[in-house]
Write a protein that binds this ligand. Sequence first.
Ligand SMILES: Cc1cc2nc3c(=O)[nH]c(=O)nc-3n(C[C@H](O)[C@H](O)[C@H](O)COP(=O)(O)OP(=O)(O)OC[C@H]3O[C@@H](n4cnc5c(N)ncnc54)[C@H](O)[C@@H]3O)c2cc1C
Length: 415
Amino acid sequence: MSADTLVLGAGIIGVSTAIHLARRGRSVVLVDRRGAGEETSFGNAGLIQREGIVPYGFPQEVGMLVRYGLNNRIDAHYHASAIPKLVPFLSRYWWHSNNVRHKAIANAYTPLIENSISEHADLIKAAKADNLIRKDGWMEAFRTKAAMDTEVAEAERLGKVAGISFTVLTADDLARVEPHLTGEFVGALKWNDPWSVTNPHGLTMAYLAYFESLGGKFVNGDATTLSPNGKGWQVSTADGMVEAKEVVLALGPWSEDVTRKLGYSFIVGVKRGYHMHYAASGNAVLNNWTMDKERGYFLAPMEKGIRLTTGAEFADRDAPKSPVQLERAEKVARTIFPLGERLDDEPWMGARPCTPDMMPIIGKAPRHDGLWFAFGHAHHGLTLGPVTGRLIAEAMTGEKPFLDMSAWRPERFKA
Ligand SMILES: Cc1cc2nc3c(=O)[nH]c(=O)nc-3n(C[C@H](O)[C@H](O)[C@H](O)COP(=O)(O)OP(=O)(O)OC[C@H]3O[C@@H](n4cnc5c(N)ncnc54)[C@H](O)[C@@H]3O)c2cc1C
């Protein structure tokens, strides 16, 4: 089989990229070793984070580092045995998170996020996936006035510099919008612009169906078999060898498995995360995507039940699951909302694909013709799938990309 373009990896990034290429008349074969959207894009918190223009930095204050070092928190956890291997990534991540550099990164990152809703809106409409989308923002609830004041001040800043819309809710307001929330919250901050997805896997599948309706083909295959073949690239799939002139690597946390073989040595890491679904007890209802901000976990009222998602676990990508954050979060969550029984047999785990400067790698490979990179979307891969897909497709087909892509080019890392 042959095509114009191979897209390797059928998470939200790969599927979105495949759509944008197919829309531009390319014949596209999308390859994944599993079904589409069954890895990281399966289990996220479902937010299209239009407010998320400041990527999550590594703590800078010594006190905070010491607290994280104790390894007993909900929002972050680490495997001590993995630290030596993680030092190159973590030290660079820490360096890029310094106040001045972090601000510059947020400025460079903003255009991607600014276009997240409009680019999803385009694909959601085309894929007829409106039934999976809510357009009413998400909420952070606070236990202390100090934490709330800090976040409200930041929201006011974001409102001024980037037009981010938010609403401050008093404790009484919060009790009105979330009558079953039982935590002792002093108030909440609602980000008004973001959209949420009630079934992130369902959205990727709807996008896949749209891609196929454009003539695209999805096949199972192993991206690590990718090799140049003189005319372009080839990869081994269940349907035999597939050849194409160009290839996009969109393998999320597994991208390194292929880039390393091709001679690139990006220093990347993963932040693993977990989820579990719960029933609500009795007639309790959770209306909003809600974060218990000071504890650092999320409750999302999804199609399957209330999805609790956890923060960052620093560990070897392939180490066995260790859902201690989920256990800790569940205990606290049960004190703020009447959660019923668990609905999954075991916790789901995914791995956010991270770069040290908190921005994805989007662009042409520096040392290979016909090879393109689209990975490293960290906490915002769902948010940025369609934006990334459009940019890559425009660059590949010779259109002027609708955003200046220089901030996300692979060459910014010596790899
Ligand atoms: C707990 C949690 C909550 C999150 N919440 C949000 C959120 O609310 N909003 C948001 O924007 N983002 C969120 N994220 C991040 C988001 O889920 C990821 O950034 C995004 O899913 C990455 O998409 P991807 O397509 O790059 O990777 P993936 O979805 O992991 O796709 C990579 C694909 O590559 C395939 N693959 C791997 N190796 C091979 C191989 N050798 N051969 C063939 N195929 C291969 C895999 O099977 C997989 O399908 C969250 C992540 C986690 C863990």
